[in-house]
Every structure is written in C-alpha cells, then in structure tokens.
Design a protein around this ligand. Sequence first.
Ligand code: DC
Length: 212
Amino acid sequence: MVIAIDGPAGAGKSSVARKLAARLGFTYLDSGAMYRCVALTCLEWGADPEQSGEATSTAESIGISFEDGDVLIDGVDVSEEIRSPEVTEAASKVAVHPGVREAMVIEQRRMIATGRYVAEGRDIGTVVSPDSPLKVFLTARPEVRAERRAEETGGDPREILVAQLERDRRDTEREHGALKTADDAVEIDTSDLGLDRVVDRVAALAAKRGLV
Ligand code: DC
C-alpha cells in the first residue's frame, strides 16, 4: 500500500514524504532517485541520455536498491553522486523515454507491494499506483521552489529558476508519466506553509482514511 506524494521539483515532496514515513512507520520511496541512477549510469557508460534506446538498455541493465537511506546501484552507494547538477539535468532527459519509465515503474510496483510506503515522484498517483488510498499533490510558486533548491545547493536562485522551468516543461509535456494532478488527489500549496504544517495535514488525511 502506498501514500502517493507527487508534484514538481522543490514543492517539498522529499522532506514531507521522508518525515511522514518516519512518523507513520512506513517505508520511504524516492522514485526520482531511480531516474537519477539511470542518468548517472548513462553518463558513466557514455550512453546518450536523450537517446531512447541507449537510456532504456541502461535502465534495464542496472539494479537499484535503497538501504538505510542510501541509494545503491548494483550494491555501490551513489547517494551523493546522483545529486550533482549534471545528473539532475540528465535525469530529466532519461525520464521522458517510455522504456526507461516502464523499467522504473515495474520496480516501484514490486517494492510497494511488499509493505506500507510513502512514495514521492511525479506519477505515483497516476501511473505507479492509481488505486492508492491517499494521493497528495504538492505545489509551490516557481520562485519559492527555486529559492529552496538554491538554499540546498548553494546555487544562484535565478539560474536555478531558469533550469527548473525547462525541467518542469519536460515533466509536464512528456507523453508517458507526465506530471499532472490525479483526479482524486488532494492538492496542497506549500509556498507559505512550514514542513510540519504540511506533514500534519497529510498525516491527518491518512488517519481520516483509516491508513494508520
Ligand atoms: O524528484 P527528483 O528531482 O529527484 O527527480 C529527478 C528526475 O526524475 C526529474 O527530472 C523528474 C524525474 N522523475 C520522474 O519522471 N518520475 C518520477 N516518478 C520521479 C522523478
């Protein structure tokens, strides 16, 4: 069973999903980390992230796992490498290919079938688990999202905003697994809300639906 937390980059998904999972005693699944693993491997193997065949066979060739908050490719910890700006850019490119998405969705469904999860991403409530009993779509104003990323990475908020708008466009316009709100999702704008307020709200929804 999965509580789905979807939304664009910088809307607060990771912080909210991680904290909510800890509070409810659920397992946290960062689906974006999986696309990042595919992107990192493409860069390391010299495969072109924009080339569907190359990206798909890369995705199908690697084993991604999570262990104590770390992200592993074939048993090797890549938690830090997958957060670099180069990987962020390449992840957005590999994520448009249907073959890559299919490989990731199969793996995500296999994981969430094993227990109680809070999963964050772009397509958890729409594609990975359309029958999820609680779907939340987090949003925030683009400038606020860019500011948050700048605080995390130390980058320039204006440059981050420009790159983010381009990734938002790829996310929303791609044919498969596009970023969109599921019809039955609860939308929360986090622009002016602290992390705890958002987690409280989602936890209250989970309790109301008898999930905890
Ligand atoms: O959430 P994130 O920034 O770590 O995601 C990395 C990339 O993966 C981002 O470009 C969007 C993509 N992604 C996706 O297409 N589907 C998901 N379920 C999660 C992330």
